[in-house]
Design a protein around this ligand. Structure first.
Ligand code: PYC
Length: 416
């Protein structure tokens, strides 16, 4: 069914008890497309959308072995920021923040982007030094970030224990006012709907089982619903990026680790900013519904498992209470895990590969969701023009062989 979006249409459908219009359609898989995107998360959908919207490339299929936003794009803690450590990282993520700022009107979908500010706490001299370093790089790139002290932190988060008697006293924080949160499902659905409207085909429950390469060139993909030929195949997979790339004979320096997160029952709004503590391995924000969303560092062992563990919940609770003792009676409602494809330098792998026509937008570690819009925009530009945009040039695959790493470990929300 063709999607209908007008507000009146929805009200009418509700009053007449009609089925809700589908936001994106089902299709038979065609034998050929101009571009096949593997992965219907925010990166794949954004790329497909910008290919169609900005470059007029509409014979695009987005394939996913499960459903839209079912991987990392629906399992993250929805934090957006650009307070990175390297100039390359800062410029890149800043473009994403800018795209998020206008995304609701671009997609005609309320993505609930809330620039409530982002605090990264420092509990020791070494992390305070890193916060100062990040603040300087940020300012140099025109990004609003500064190091603040405990009094200012108390003003921003009154429930935080900033006393010198705390087990891990808070010495200061990197304050990044443009950072915040976004409703991740809305971003996925908004891109999916907008891409569908422009003629992109989204194929859920369609697993890619092979990538055809002949004479050094990609020719198409094999799927559980049949074979498809395409001169361009882009992997926007998270969690299985290395395995999918191996299908094309491209080896990626990626190790996959689970990352666990949890959400509490809703309470009255009391936490305005996003709070991160690398030392305590925890980050927390409050949703518009009032729940607290918590995340931790990646599990220490590589795995493809997305189950939660009691060990995580216990550690999380202990660490959160060191920061905010007064929320001790809050109940955790749900916990889950996502998969993080970690690269050696904590920066992504974007761009061309040794196989002509086979592109990657992978290796996002714990930074993937916030980069969805800018990654989509840049990959669409690369595919349409055949030229790598300056903004992503330093994230190429060749950097690992050529020793040009872009070290972003110091900007990780928590220690890994
Ligand atoms: O980098 O902001 C971040 C982040 C939050 C959760 C995981 N990574």
């Amino acid at each position: 069914m063709r999607a209908k979006y007008s507000a009146w249409g929805l009200i009418r459908a509700g009053l007449l008890k009609q089925a809700w219009p589908r936001a994106w359609r089902d299709h038979e898989l065609a034998p050929a497309y101009d571009v096949v995107v593997i992965g219907a998360g925010v990166h794949g959908l954004a790329t497909a959308y910008y290919l169609a919207a900005r470059h007029g490339i509409r014979r695009v299929a987005v394939l996913d072995r499960a459903y839209v936003g079912g991987g990392g794009s629906g399992r993250n803690t929805a934090i957006v920021r650009s307070n990175y450590l390297t100039p390359e990282g800062v410029r890149f993520y800043d473009r994403s923040v800018k795209l998020y700022e206008s995304l609701a009107s671009e997609l005609n979908f309320n993505v609930m982007f809330s620039q409530r500010g982002h605090l990264t706490l420092a509990h020791d001299d070494a992390s305070l030094r890193t916060m100062r370093w990040r603040a300087e790089v940020n300012k140099h790139e025109g990004i609003d970030s500064e190091v603040i002290g405990p009094d200012e932190i108390s003003r921003l988060v009154p429930l935080m224990d900033t006393s010198p008697e705390a087990r891990y006293p808070i010495l200061g924080a990197l304050h990044h006012p443009p950072g915040g949160t976004v409703r991740h499902d809305a971003v996925n659905w908004g891109y999916a709907r907008a891409a569908d409207t422009l003629g992109v085909q989204i194929h859920e429950n369609t697993e890619v089982t092979g990538i055809d390469v002949r004479d050094g060139r990609v020719r198409g993909v094999r799927t559980t619903r049949g074979d498809v030929s395409a001169p361009v195949v882009l992997s926007c997979t998270a969690g299985w990026a290395s395995l999918v790339s191996e299908l094309a004979g491209v080896h990626l320096p990626i190790v996959t680790h689970p990352l666990q997160a949890a959400v509490t029952e809703p309470v009255k709004p009391f936490l305005r900013t996003v709070v991160v503590s690398g030392t305590l391995h925890v980050y927390v924000s409050q949703t518009a519904r009032g729940e607290l969303v918590f995340g931790a560092s990646t599990d220490s062992y590589p795995s493809y498992s997305t189950r939660g563990s009691l060990e995580f919940t216990e550690e999380l609770a202990g660490h959160v209470l060191e920061l905010m003792p007064s929320i001790a009676r809050l109940r955790v409602l749900r916990q889950w895990a996502g998969l993080c494809d970690m690269t050696p330098d904590f920066s992504p792998v974007m761009g061309v590969t040794p196989v002509q026509g086979f592109y990657v937008d992978v290796g996002w570690g714990t930074y993937g969701f916030k980069a969805g819009p800018v990654a989509g925009e840049a990959m669409a530009q690369l595919i349409a023009s055949g030229r790598t945009p300056e903004l992503i040039a330093s994230f190429d695959l060749a950097r690992f062989a050529e020793g040009r790493l872009v070290g972003e470990r110091g900007a990780a929300a928590v220690g890994h």
